[in-house]
Design a binder for this molecule. Structure first.
Ligand SMILES: [Zn+2]
Length: 379
């Protein structure tokens, strides 16, 4: 069937006489306007389910796109689907507008922060366990993360999406091509950029309402308290033992919940260490491993392989725990160590108890000072 080609003026005349006018362009093409009273149904959507948009196959249907090509093609699809009266606007919306025919613009997106809040977090606001009060808690929360890498990527993405008001990211590394197999905050175009700067680009693109603070430094005893001092929750996405022990000790000292995650080859681990706030009840990382392993036995100190999706799983579980901790809902993974085996797709859990003789978190014990393990690790 040949689709009738008509001028914009003829289309307007027929539309006023009762024909249905359908703009088949993509939504982003409507920014400069569309023909007044046209139904805006993207071509792919129209072709996939014409009956949903146009239930009457005997109606007069006029299709319009930007220049007149796509509307003709969409007409052929509709003709094959049994539509009897089809026309396409020659020259499309470009000619329609050039001829001065009436146009309308899509409603501008409401830019007010309050409207953004209610639209962006509507699926949270519908959960009674979160609601407006919970979302405001997330908005005023501060989560510190060490590592903008494999674990930090999914965690930071989802925490930003969830509306955690301030993310503090610490990493002194730059983006390398070998990171991109799992560190989804970064892109090929940002190879060579500092990881924290690259992370900020990605996070602000997702949610411009979030504050992203950067610490482009290696975490040491001198700056660890600056990093976590005002945080509500701390995420460990470190890839080395010295930083892991520093974070643990600082979190015990300052009373911060620490969401620990680690990955190696096909396996991951996760726990929440909350000994700083629950002395003698909740364990810390040192209750589990009092001292770092020797360098030759420390897989994270060397470049060992990891299945790219694995840090995605563990990092997202860390983000889940962080959100729960901020909201104060559910049962945190405190006192439990979760093991994940990707090859068998199995989770299992080990109970952890606080070590009454722990060098750092034993009740009544004075803080022993930060240990410097840097020299034991080859990096
Ligand atoms: Zn301990």
């Amino acid at each position: 069937m040949t689709i009738e080609r008509i001028s914009p003026l003829e289309a307007l005349r027929r539309h006023e006489a009762g024909a249905v006018l359908v703009d088949v362009r993509e939504p982003h093409e409507h920014a400069n306007g569309h023909a007044t009273a046209a139904l805006c149904i993207a071509r792919s959507q129209l072709e996939a389910a014409p009956q949903a948009a146009l239930p009457d196959r005997t109606a007069q249907v006029i299709l319009i796109c930007e220049l007149g090509g796509r509307s003709l093609q969409a007409g052929e699809v509709l003709a094959a689907a049994g539509y009897a009266h089809l026309a396409s606007v020659d020259g499309g919306f470009a000619r329609w507008a050039a001829e001065g025919l009436p146009t309308a613009r899509p409603d501008p997106v409401d830019p007010s922060p309050d409207a953004d809040f209610h639209q962006r977090y509507s699926r949270h606001l519908r959960l009674p366990e979160v609601g407006e009060a919970g979302q405001r808690k997330l908005q005023s929360a501060r989560v510190a993360m060490v590592g903008a890498g494999g674990l930090g990527s999914p965690a930071a993405f989802y925490l930003a999406a969830a509306g955690v008001g301030t993310l503090v990211l610490a990493d002194d590394d730059v983006v390398d091509r070998s990171n991109l197999q799992r560190q989804i905050l970064h892109t090929d175009a940002r190879i060579g950029m500092s990881k924290v700067a690259s992370a900020r680009v990605a996070l602000l693109a997702l949610n411009p309402q979030v504050q992203v603070e950067l610490l482009e430094e290696r975490i040491t005893a001198d700056n660890v308290e600056r990093l976590i001092g005002s945080a509500n929750v701390v995420l460990d996405g470190a890839d080395n033992f010295p930083v892991r022990y520093l974070l643990n000790d600082a979190c015990v000292k300052l009373g911060k919940p620490l969401v620990y995650g680690a990955v190696h080859r096909f396996e991951g681990q996760l726990s929440v260490f909350d000994a700083g706030r629950q002395r003698g009840i909740a364990p810390c990382y040192r209750c589990l491993f009092p001292q770092p392993p020797p360098p030759e036995a420390a897989p994270n100190c060397s470049e060992s392989g990891v299945l790219g999706v694995l840090p995605g799983v563990i990092g997202l579980l860390q983000a889940t725990e962080a959100v729960k901790l901020v909201l104060g809902i559910g049962e945190p993974l405190s006192g439990r160590l979760l093991h994940f085996d990707a090859l068998g797709l199995r989770f299992r859990e080990t109970r952890l108890s606080a070590d009454p003789d722990c060098a750092v978190c034993a009740p009544g014990r004075a803080f022993p000072g930060y240990a410097d393990y840097q020299r034991f690790c080859a990096g």
